[in-house]
Structure formats: structure tokens, C-alpha cells
Design a binder for this molecule. Structure first.
Ligand code: AMP
Length: 355
């Protein structure tokens, strides 16, 4: 059991034969609605302002119903209405980000996953405590700029989606940039990026077993990042700096990918450690999560971030991926979430996967 929150208590009045899968219209919502429908659920899209017309273009992924609010915080006042409709909320990156982790924690609607994870992923300090405590290798942290002895990435506090990062190669360059906001300095890891999409099920009893439950790898992507991914076409970074052009990491899309098969053992090993540590720290992560990794030419992984919910990098895999196909055909992460809710209903264990 994840907890006995206000939200969970509300399940007592739910009609279990008429559950509705709800999420905020954005990010991975098309995938979540499509997956829920394939698993037999009704769907509800929470829209800020009138629903975007592009939902009409995708009939399988258009929610059955929209709940229109003026702004993100207004969702808090809609808790009763959502519960009256037997809604289960599916958190995604934009949902948590725009509502804010604190507001999200106070939303008294049954929500997929363990909300306690939000505190651990939204703070860089706690995230490092979790990952390093699990035995995961992360990029070295520089506590003082004077210690910079290699290329580093300076991350402003609260920077998200790759905005608010800059790369410096030494202390002198750091001083030239002279950051004015609070920041973290991390070693710049040279290598290729793999965003590993896992799913942890506390209910499943077969597959890659952990001390409790099973771990799946559903897909892998790499983000398209502007302008860093394309700026080489204009010239070297050093040359471009003279024109005041600096690389940015703003995410614009996602590319599907597979990894060398021999690296899969470590991929599972890392996922396992992260889940096992989460049991000790906050009662366990549930459902989808992503490790954002860089592999160097010695084939070693470094993890620079964990996202503890469905990530947009799963969007290319609506009809499955080269990994989820080995589990079952047509298994997107959105569908896997709905499937877990179905399994929990059958086993009468919904309180173990919701909070
Ligand atoms: P994040 O917001 O932490 O997901 O990072 C945004 C992007 O910055 C990543 O997708 C990477 O391209 C890059 N990045 C972040 N941290 C590092 C690092 N330590 N070394 C190299 N690249 C990084």
C-alpha cells in the first residue's frame, strides 16, 4: 500500500466498473488516452482553455470528454467533479511541472503511482541522494567553481527541458559567463545519450523479478535538442561564441533507438538498483520512470537525471518498441499504465498502485 491519503480514501465511493482515465491535455496525453481506450477505459482530458483542435485529427487518441479549466491551479478545485466521474489521474511531465509538485501532492484525486517520488525527483540534491545511494554512477558534482578542471555543464536551479544550461570548459570561461542565478555545476560527460524507459510493476509475478514485483524495459529514445544538435553545421562552438551564439538544449522531439545488446544487462541492473533504493527511501516508485544516461567509449553509463513518471520520449512507441514487442505486441507505456490499473482492479489491489 502506497499510503492512506485523502485521495485514496475517495476510492471507496468509486464505481469500479466505470473508471475513467484522466490526464492533462499535453505531453503524452495522446498516448495515455489511446492506451486507456485499448484497455477498455473511458477517457477524460483536462484542458487549459478550449481543447486544442489537433485532438480532432486523432480520433483514437481524442479523449471521450474534456474538462475545461482556466489555468493549471484551477484543477485543484475540480477534485470533487473528477472523483464524481470515477477519475484516475495519470501524471506526466507537464502535468507535474505546471501544477507544481506541492499542488500536485495536494490534489485529492486518486493518482497513478507514488506521489512521494515527486519530492525526490524535483530536487537535484535529493535526486543525487537517491541515485548515488542506489550505487548509480552520476556526473561528478563541483561544489565550487574554482574546482572546475574539465568541461562542465552549469545548470540553473529550476531549469527544465534543457533551458537554462550552459557549457564551460574551465574556470576562466565560467567567470566570463558569470551566472547570476543559483546553479549546480556538473562534469560534462562525453558520450552518447540513451533515455531508458522502464516500468516497475509491484503486481506482476513473472519476468525480471526484483525483491518485490517486476521490472520491464519498454523503450529507449534520444531527445532532439536545439540548438546543440545542429549547431555544428554553422561552424565550431568556439567560432560561434564570437558571434554570441551559445548552445542550448531545448527539447523539440524524440528519436527511437536501441542499445548494444550486451549493454542490456547493465540497463536492467541500474533500473533494479533505482527501484530497490526507492523502497527504502519512500515506499517505492511505481509504474513508468526514465533514467537519462550517457555511455562513454569505455561502455560505462553515467546517469544525469531520473524522471519518475511517463516521459515524452515514449511517444514514438504507440504500437510498441523493439523491447516491448518481446513482452507483448502494441504495448505503449500509456497502454501499460492502463493495463496495470486493469490488473490491480482484477486483484482488488488498486490501493497498491495509486496514491
Ligand atoms: P536535463 O534537463 O538534465 O534532462 O538535461 C538537458 C540536456 O543537457 C540533456 O538531454 C543532455 O543533452 C545535456 N546534459 C545534461 N547533463 C549533462 C552532463 N552531465 N553531461 C553532458 N550533457 C548533459
Amino acid at each position: 500500500m502506497v499510503g492512506d491519503s485523502e485521495a485514496l480514501k475517495r476510492l471507496e465511493s468509486y464505481d469500479m466498473d466505470d473508471l475513467v482515465i484522466a490526464t492533462l491535455c499535453s505531453h503524452t496525453s495522446l498516448q495515455i488516452f489511446d492506451g486507456a481506450r485499448k484497455e477498455g477505459f473511458k477517457t477524460l482530458g483536462i484542458s487549459i482553455g478550449p481543447p486544442s483542435k489537433y485532438y480532432d485529427a486523432f480520433p483514437n487518441a481524442r479523449p471521450d470528454e474534456f474538462l475545461v479549466v482556466d489555468n493549471h491551479v484551477d484543477i485543484l478545485s475540480k477534485a470533487d467533479e473528477l472523483c464524481a466521474k470515477n477519475a484516475i489521474l495519470i501524471p506526466h511531465g507537464s502535468f507535474v511541472e505546471y501544477l507544481g509538485p506541492d499542488n500536485f501532492e495536494n490534489l485529492t484525486v486518486p493518482t497513478f503511482g507514488n506521489r512521494k517520488v515527486l519530492k525526490w525527483e524535483s530536487s537535484r540534491i535529493k535526486e543525487r541522494e537517491w541515485l548515488e545511494g542506489a550505487g548509480i554512477k552520476m556526473p561528478r558534482l563541483f561544489t565550487k567553481p574554482e574546482e572546475i578542471d574539465r568541461p562542465v555543464v552549469v545548470k540553473f536551479d529550476g531549469a527544465k527541458g534543457g533551458r537554462g544550461f550552459f557549457i564551460v570548459k574551465d574556470y576562466e570561461e565560467f567567470n566570463k559567463v558569470g551566472p547570476t542565478q543559483r546553479y549546480t555545476i556538473q562534469e560534462y560527460v562525453l558520450g552518447t545519450r540513451y533515455y531508458l524507459h522502464y516500468f516497475f510493476s509491484p503486481l506482476k509475478e513473472e519476468g525480471y523479478r526484483l525483491s518485490n514485483g517486476s521490472l520491464e524495459l519498454l523503450s529507449i529514445d534520444r531527445r532532439d535538442e536545439t540548438n546543440i544538435d545542429e549547431m555544428y553545421k554553422l561552424g565550431s562552438q568556439e567560432e560561434l561564441k564570437k558571434l554570441d551564439l551559445y548552445p542550448s538544449f531545448v527539447v523539440t522531439g524524440n528519436v527511437p533507438l536501441t542499445i548494444r545488446e550486451s549493454l542490456l544487462a547493465e540497463v536492467f541492473n541500474m533500473g533494479e538498483k533505482v527501484v530497490e533504493k526507492s523502497f527504502d527511501l519512500f515506499g517505492g516508485i511505481i509504474g513508468p520512470f526514465c533514467l537519462e544516461t550517457i555511455v562513454n567509449d569505455k561502455l560505462e553509463f553515467k546517469v544525469f537525471e531520473v524522471s519518475a513518471r511517463i516521459v515524452a520520449g515514449t511517444n514514438p512507441f504507440i504500437s510498441g518498441s523493439p523491447y516491448s514487442d518481446f513482452i507483448e505486441p502494441n504495448l505503449s507505456t500509456g497502454r501499460r499504465i492502463a493495463q496495470e490499473i486493469n490488473i490491480a482492479c482484477e486483484l482488488d489491489r488498486l490501493d497498491e498502485i495509486l496514491s
